[in-house]
Ligand binder design. Structure first.
Ligand code: ATP
Ligand code: MG
Length: 395
């Protein structure tokens, strides 16, 4: 197993997630469509790729696409088409589309790798992205077997449609989401997993679009639990000359607080640099790596946690959330709900509005992996993130 820090973990490099895979397949077998949600870098894409690679054991074939950088609905459908044609086979899909007035578009995809916006501009005017997408899915549905369509980074695409904010933008996003929802309902051989690091549920609520996604079963991907985190560190250490004794592994898990695979990978990579030439790491090495991970060179990862509040909540809620987090980061043991209520009460005069807002924000911050409630107190899940927040955001 390789110590990878950033790219998707596939094949031999993919570790654990057995329970999650079982749970997700079981929900899929019950005909659910899923929304796989977790903060940045918890391992969503790796898990999607794993589900795809093992889909045939469960009677499915899977299509994966990432729509995070798709510019508009056309680009979305183009990406979907490329993924479907590549996975199901050009010939088969084109054959199923025989007689469809839109066949030529899909032939273009095959020929030049896109709908050919520049080449076929005129034709594009005559067709509509929604009809193209529907024809494509109908063709896929008509092939043998069951399909799983995985759409990664859907909330990022959705936010793009919603910005800049206006009634027209909201209407456009609504139409897109309803189109997607109809696709989920119309084709019995096709099921869906949408995934994203920005809470689809929170975005939908904020823009009053919840009805367009409430058929999805939400699956929050969490950190490894402790025994799995320990096995993972053990497996990493067996692949390199730097050993991690039991107590050092326990100490790493202790210090990260929130053992997502990425943080464990970062720690081990940091230890390999730091312990250059030695064959075993110590607790002191772990402390040194912790400090190092908080240096500005690594801050781009943590910065996304701050940016995300703005993307997901918008103002003024993002400012309130920021204030709550600034208060919480000061104490490693966290802060009581009452104290947080007092802080928010100073911003919002109406006590009922304050109670509602507090409940809403704590819910989002918990669901999104920032905070965890423990014996009536809220604290940061990740000690790395807490320390970053304390030094760079709240300071
Ligand atoms: N199952 C796993 N086994 C080993 N390492 C993993 C696993 N899942 C995630 N990782 C580690 O976490 C990193 C991020 O994983 P991945 O890209 O799958 O997360 P993500 O949730 O899709 O992130 P993003 O929100 O940035 O797209 C990987 O580069 C790897 O270091
Ligand atoms: Mg990803």
């Amino acid at each position: 197993m390789r110590n990878i820090t950033g790219t998707v973990a596939e094949g031999e490099d993919f570790f654990g997630r057995d329970k999650e895979q079982r749970q997700m397949w079981s929900k899929l077998q019950d005909n659910a469509n899923l929304a796989l949600l977790a903060p940045r870098r918890v391992g969503k894409t790796s898990l999607l790729k794993r589900l795809k690679a093992t889909a045939n054991h469960h009677g499915y074939r899977a299509v994966y696409l990432d729509v995070g950088d798709a510019a508009d609905e056309w680009a979305f459908v183009e990406r979907l088409s490329q993924a479907v044609l590549a996975e199901a086979g050009n010939e088969l899909i084109l054959q199923k589309l025989e007689g469809n007035p839109l066949l030529q578009y899909f032939k273009n995809i095959k020929k030049i790798g896109g709908f050919g916006f520049s080449v076929e501009k005129e034709q594009q005017q005559q067709a509509r992205w929604d009809k193209l997408g529907q024809s494509l899915l109908a063709a896929l549905d008509a092939t043998d077997g069951r399909w799983l369509v995985q759409i990664d980074e859907l909330p990022v695409f959705l936010l793009k449609l919603l910005q800049p904010e206006s009634d027209a933008a909201r209407q456009r996003a609504r139409e897109f989401l309803y189109w997607l929802r109809r696709l989920r309902g119309d084709y019995t051989q096709i099921q869906w997993i949408v995934a994203g690091s920005i809470g689809l549920d929170a975005v939908a609520e904020r823009y009053r679009l919840s009805d367009a996604v409430n058929d999805l079963t939400i699956f929050h991907l969490q950190a490894y639990d402790e025994p799995i985190a320990d096995h993972f560190l053990q497996a990493l250490a067996q692949s390199y000359p730097l050993a991690l004794p039991l107590e050092v592994r326990a100490y790493i898990i202790d210090r990260v607080g929130w053992p997502i695979p990425y943080h464990l990978q970062l720690f081990y990579a940091g230890l390999r640099d730091h312990c250059d030439g030695r064959t075993s790491a110590t607790r002191e090495d772990v402390d040194a790596v912790f400090e190092n991970l908080l240096q500005p060179a690594h801050s781009s990862y943590f910065d996304t946690w701050r940016q995300r509040l703005q993307d997901e909540l918008g103002r003024p809620d993002s400012d309130y959330a920021l204030g709550l987090l600034n208060a919480v980061c000061l104490d490693p043991a966290g802060v009581s709900r009452d104290t947080l209520g007092l802080w928010l009460g100073a911003k919002l005069n109406d006590p009922e509005a304050k109670d509602y807002k507090l409940r809403y924000l704590l819910n989002v911050l918990d669901g999104d992996g920032y905070l965890i409630e423990d014996k009536g107190r809220y604290r940061f899940r990740s000690f790395l993130l807490r320390e970053y927040w304390r030094r760079r955001v709240a300071a």
